[in-house]
Design a binder for this molecule. Sequence first.
Ligand SMILES: [Zn+2]
Length: 87
Amino acid sequence: MNESGPYDGFWSGFGSDLGEATLVAGALALFRHHSCHVRGCARLGRPVDGTPYLACPKHHPAHQGQKRGVSQTTIHTAHQQRHSSTA
Ligand SMILES: [Zn+2]
């Protein structure tokens, strides 16, 4: 049995500190690229139709009310508006 630890091979596969730094920087850039564009908001955003901006569920203009508190009418109305605007 190898008592030195089963993770030795795992960690050595990550390579140098440079590799890890690149990984962290990449993850950060990815997060910033996908975060809400409202100043001071760090939530992940989704594209706002017709704009180059991203907005989180709280700041998205197409979102009304609480995420889990919308009525079926709200969803139906949004769905029909979407269809009538693209038709
Ligand atoms: Zn936001």
